[in-house]
Design a protein around this ligand. Structure first.
Ligand SMILES: Nc1ncnc2c1ncn2[C@@H]1O[C@H](COP(=O)(O)OP(=O)(O)OP(=O)(O)O)[C@@H](O)[C@H]1O
Ligand SMILES: [Mg+2]
Length: 419
């Protein structure tokens, strides 16, 4: 049996994965009962102090449903660079700091990887985006460092005593065979889009020429699809009237239902119930009752997965539908790729600007790049693919495994550190 050197951990906004680094190769660890490449970056906490992550977290939430004693968290990575975010109060009353929350996920990855390779591995290379969501403006560097410190601390809490950090998009290039010249990775995930440009003077020597990123990702696309096609059928866009006929907009606290993480926060906040009841009793307010049924029927996670599935279907079809039916819940909305592309176009402009900025930083133009590899779930969005194909020439742009490339690359980077 080979001795593992370390793990490569890709903690993503939407999905997380882990690879084992051996002296001569990196291997992806199959996760969950089905041996998936990734597990959802979801954390479950409840008043019995139960702390679960990944598949087990989702499964338990579907059983336990809603309630003040239950908390399901998603997209935690997007808050790591927020210096006003100090964590959350657990359902059992303790304060959990950001690192404590991420540690729940890291522990689960480590537990499954340790079981897979039959060892207690204490070294890890952690991936990170070029710029964390929120690390912008005058203090971007301090905020980015804060997020990295929180990651490192979480890894320590999970039992790793040697930790090294590598940019995710750089890791995405680690498994590329030697190509002379300049290669580039475009990693388009759930929270961020990241670019790395590398020069490969010879097979051994690779140099990072530039890396850039922007806080645009698939979670944002889910929100835009929700706003554009779904919000109306849930009564979230219309104006209501009080008994004097005065028009009232939907309270801001209910608008956060548009994202999975916002909706999951609503599940455990008492204010949600009050705000919903307030609207339900306004003139026309029955329209919003379906949101109440989704939240208190325990369907919040499943509903948002259905919205996401409609988006993912648009990558292969011109049309799809959000079709969600439960007791007292009947939501049906048609979505189409053309309209969706109009909604996401400003975000794709920002993605393209990040690519241009990376090219400028590297002192090259698009024509100088020999190979462009795409990875990350959102790299399959057709409008993105066609923009990159026009920029670099379609034959130079190649798709790599959307979900496993970064984790495997981080494992290969670990061989460089400890091999
Ligand atoms: N075929 C597809 N078309 C469009 N989007 C997709 C497709 N498959 C997955 N996605 C989206 O990709 C995102 C997840 O991608 P990925 O797992 O690469 O992100 P992540 O690594 O968790 O996030 P990040 O790296 O930004 O922190 C989700 O928003 C998901 O909806
Ligand atoms: Mg990723």
């Amino acid at each position: 049996m080979k001795t593992p050197l370390a793990y490569g951990i890709d903690f993503g906004t939407s999905n997380s994965s882990i690879s084992v680094a051996y002296e001569d190769e990196a291997v992806l660890v199959p996760l969950g009962a089905d041996g998936d490449d990734v597990m959802p970056s979801i954390i479950y906490l409840d008043s019995t102090r139960q702390q679960l992550a990944g598949h087990a977290a989702v499964r338990q939430f579907l059983v336990a449903g809603s309630g003040t004693g239950v908390r399901l968290m998603s997209a935690v990575k997007s808050f790591l660079a927020d210096d006003s975010w100090h964590g959350t109060r657990a359902p059992w009353g303790s304060e959990l700091r950001p690192a404590d929350i991420v540690a729940v996920l890291f522990r689960e990855l480590k537990r499954q990887a340790d079981a897979y390779c039959g060892a207690d591995v204490k070294r890890a290379v952690l991936g990170h985006p070029v710029f964390f969501v929120g690390a912008e403006g005058k203090h971007w560097e301090r905020l980015n460092d804060l997020a990295k410190e929180r990651l490192k601390e979480a890894a320590k809490l999970a039992g790793f005593n040697e930790v090294s950090l590598v940019e995710e998009s750089t890791a995405a290039l680690a498994s590329e065979d030697y190509v002379p010249g300049i290669i580039m990775a475009l990693d388009f995930g759930g929270g961020t889009f990241d670019v790395s440009i590398m020069s490969t003077d010879n097979a051994e020597q690779r140099r990072v020429l530039a890396s850039r990123g922007v806080a645009v990702g698939g979670e944002r696309f889910n929100e835009l699809l929700f706003d554009g096609f779904v919000a109306e059928s849930l009564g979230l866009t219309r104006e209501y009237a009080n008994k004097f006929g005065k028009p009232l907009a939907v309270p801001e606290s209910l608008r956060k239902f548009r994202s999975l993480d916002g909706a999951l926060r609503m599940v455990s906040e008492q204010a949600t119930h009050d705000a919903l009841q307030f609207v339900i009793h306004l003139k026309g307010g029955q329209a919003i009752k379906v949101v109440d049924e989704i939240i208190y029927g325990g369907h919040t996670y499943a509903f948002h997965k259905e919205v996401e599935a409609a988006k993912i279907a648009l990558s292969t079809s011109a049309r799809s539908t959000v079709d969600f039916h439960r007791r007292h819940v009947d939501v049906k909305a048609s979505v189409d790729r053309k309209s969706f592309e109009l909604l996401i176009a400003p975000n794709l402009d920002r993605v393209e600007s990040a690519v241009d900025a990376a090219l400028t930083e590297a002192g090259i133009s698009a024509g100088d790049v020999n190979l462009v590899v795409r990875t990350g779930g959102s790299s399959q969005v057709p409008a993105f693919v066609s923009r990159m194909s026009s920029k670099f020439g379609a034959p130079k742009v190649e798709q790599r495994d959307a979900l496993a490339t970064v984790a495997l690359g981080l494992g290969l980077e670990a061989i460089g550190v400890w091999g």
